[in-house]
Design a protein around this ligand. Sequence first.
Ligand code: CA
Length: 492
Amino acid sequence: MYTLHKIKSIFYITILFLTLSCTAQTEQPNILLILCDDLGYADVGFNGSKDIITPNMDKLAKNGIIFTSAYNAHSFCGPSRAGLITGRYPHEFGTPFNLHSNSSEKNEDNMGVPLKETYISNVLQNAGYYTSALGKWHLGAAPKFHPNQRGFDNFYGFLGGGHNYFPNQYRKTYLQQLQAGKKEIRDYILPLEHNNKEVKETEYITDALSREAVNDIKIAAAKKQPFFMYLAYNAPHVPLEAKEEDKKIFSSIKDKDRKTYAAMVYAVDRGVGKIVNALKETKQLENTLIVFFSDNGGNFDHGASNYPLKGTKGDAWEGGYRTPMFFHWPNKIKSGQQFDHPVSTLDLYPTFANIAKAKIPEGKKLSGKNIIPYLDKDNPPHKDDLIFCMRYRHGYADVGARQGDWKITRMGNEPWRLVNITNDIGEKKNLSGKYPEKLNKMVSEMKKKTENFIEPLWYYSAKDEELWNDGRMPQFNETFEVSKLISKPTKN
Ligand code: CA
């Protein structure tokens, strides 16, 4: 016979259990986005690196999903990040070029991603998330483009396109230039900031960003708020600067640049290890989606390797914009999986909004889709969609576009190429002569995409602006005529 006491206990335990189940169902997961800068396709253990070791990342990747065909919206920093954070191709809102690398942009209030673009940080902040951006920004340096104005509660890092790594070295130069009254001090040596306040950082920058990430994870846990962290390491972007102790680990690498680069990636991995520990300590690892990738391909002039992909940072070849990527989310997505269907970093915005049960503003255009429902079933999220990269060059454009197993590419003034990218990852065998109809169809579909592209808000040079105004750039008509070579404008 049950006593009254026992019945009461069972009743309370049942109520507790139901409450916990309900909480688990409605709980918003944390979202941790770890971005590297110019990291090559083959430069992490989980993607086949032979010489760079990344044990912490490999462990996460092995217990998560490795994406072998993850693409960025562009093949270099600024436009790629603009795509990621808005969920749209940057050509559609006028930011297909990098911002210029100098501090004068602080006063240029038209140089940044337009305010009408709602960032994923805005969407998640409105959904109750504690949001933080750490590291490189590169989306506008004027006050109105500042991370704190674009949906981030917390910002620790730098606004420009890169940074030197050793504060005790660059600070000396910075102070000298400041005292000498130099007007434009290069943004790579400016002091870091924390929510608009200058800070005197002392650690190696990669370690400093990892330290801030760990702090923020603890802050979010104490607040009992879900968090969205955009951890944008500038490593292993130039300048190639690594700690001696990390370089020693790679003493077998003979090439000096490769050795330093490897040590820089290793420092990121050390940070990832600390972050995972902080998530475990605060009991948040299970409830955190960790996404890792790079903003564009590796630069093989600066120690990176994109093997077996063709090309380098900035190219419309695969090496320019296909990067290593994994998701880690225990019990929510299948672990130990490799996902070979193409995905885009433009998918992250709708994916995050969906898992956070956040509201995307009405009328907001998005280029990607929530990919979570496709993962466990191994279905292609982009069966018929084109995933592309288009880079405006000086009077013409480089274009690469993938659709399922196929890819079309136009580089420079060379004719269009068609490859079966699933069978030919190195883009070696041009099949355009064998399948001309396929080529024509994909080229015309790509041309249709450009109907949404608008005039850039800024250019690299006055000459490019002039070419655009003359209708000679990006020369959509010539670019998308399969049989035509483009007549390049003369330089002067
Ligand atoms: Ca980059």
